[in-house]
Design a protein around this ligand. Sequence first.
Ligand code: TDO
Length: 176
Amino acid sequence: MIFRETPFIGLYLIELEPIEDERGSFTRTFCSEEFRLHGINPHVAQCNLSYNRKRGTIRGMHYQLPPYEEVKLVRCTQGAIQDVVIDLRPESPTYGQWYTTELNKHNHKMLYIPEGFAHGFQSLLDDTEVFYQMSRAFVAEAAAGIRWNDPSFRITWPLPCCVISNKDQNYPDYAL
Ligand SMILES: Cc1cn([C@H]2C[C@H](O)[C@@H](COP(=O)(O)OP(=O)(O)O[C@H]3O[C@@H](C)C(=O)[C@@H](O)[C@H]3O)O2)c(=O)[nH]c1=O
């Protein structure tokens, strides 16, 4: 795994390194020791699989309130997504800014998202599947969100929003 820093402190784009042979390939997708060596949180409390039937589906922007902030490690196993995070750490030089990257079945990339970020994505193809690990279990009472089109952030999504949950469509404007 190659750990690429981003302009956001603690946010890493991780490139996987498939080892190819005549059978296909072998790819390490997580290694607590490598994470520790890079000073990032290797704890896994929960793994999730998100299936998105339609291209253009948006999920997010989600985070958990203190003291339940979580780390996420996100990978697209089928199809493609535009993954987006917002830095909500008041002490951060990139506070209030968003970062985006495409993750897809073929580009061998994962996004490591530290605590203090909101996370969401848009599927770029039908039948898109996203696998992610979380450092902390889901706590429904601590779950919070930012609307995909909140005017404080002006996230540029690649496609029109064609499917979204009622919950995600109705978050009030975020007060930065
Ligand atoms: C997130 C989550 C949901 N649920 C339940 C609640 C609900 O009945 C159903 C669907 O939940 P949601 O609508 O919140 O699912 P979804 O919108 O896919 O939520 C996810 O979105 C992405 C962007 C993230 O970053 C994740 O951390 C998570 O918040 O699954 C769990 O049981 N455990 C979980 O960890």
